[in-house]
Design a protein around this ligand. Sequence first.
Ligand SMILES: Nc1ncnc2c1ncn2[C@@H]1O[C@H](COP(=O)(O)OP(=O)(O)OP(=O)(O)O)[C@@H](O)[C@H]1O
Ligand SMILES: [Mg+2]
Length: 294
Amino acid sequence: MKLAMEHLSKQFKNKIAVKQIDTILTEGVYGFLGANGAGKTTLLQMICGIIEPTSGEVKIDGENNIQMGERFRDILGYLPQEFGYTPGFTAQDFMLYIASIKGLQPQYAKQKTRQLLRLVNLENEANRKIKTFSGGMKRRLGIAQALLNDPKILILDEPTAGLDPKERAYFRNIISEMSKDKIIIISTHIVSDIEYISDQVLVMKKGCFILQGTPEELLDKVNGEVWSCKIPNKEWTKFETQYCIANSHTLANHVEARIISTEAPIDDAINVEPTLEDLYLKYFSDEMEAGENS
Ligand SMILES: Nc1ncnc2c1ncn2[C@@H]1O[C@H](COP(=O)(O)OP(=O)(O)OP(=O)(O)O)[C@@H](O)[C@H]1O
Ligand SMILES: [Mg+2]
């Protein structure tokens, strides 16, 4: 299957949220990585056919997604960033309700509900009301409902928001297992959630993809630019203002710092293995200083 974004743009009044995106996705896991306001949700909503592009279009095997109508919704699973649950429903009621909206046969819906609640580790909570769920449990229920129609295209907008480290690890395993025959898109600003499970990472900034490649290809872009340094305390302020600092730990006489820089920041700096988080910091440090992204 081919999911094509062709010259895709979205403008809200005078704000261009997505700018002329052109890319083609086939089966696999795609991590859309971007800071707050980069345009991830807007782009995903256009792919799902929830909002119309200002210009350009989304095509599934050559056919416009919105014109496909029900045939498109049949193959789409979507977890919105802001997901409205019905608090008085139990997890099972909610799944059956979504299944009925998706037009599944009742018998099949029941069986699928049981299977998916087991998959997201909520089988023992099936009869609990959603209003008693933690944020992480609600998120897992959201992932389960997106899978009800066994979608070929699965779109998860910040699926790991609110999950604890154990739940995050579990989520990564679920996604990896089902990625064979699907196009899976995961948006996040948490690098570690997609670093190990994405076939491709697309870095989004100010409405554009500024980088696209396998995690290894992207890591190559910061290779040789990540340094472990020991900076004397009295010089730290100068370094802090001058360099992109990934992290720092202040000790009695010096600061141990991980610094991203094309040149060694200090004579005895040691070159270290980069992570995608270093890459993210390299491309987004300007926005962090400004403290705002739009
Ligand atoms: N309905 C809207 N009306 C006006 N502006 C909007 C609307 N929706 C989004 N925007 C603007 O478009 C830009 C992109 O927003 P979007 O929600 O797509 O970003 P995002 O990458 O999903 O951010 P986050 O990580 O915070 O979820 C932002 O500047 C946002 O303020
Ligand atoms: Mg968003």
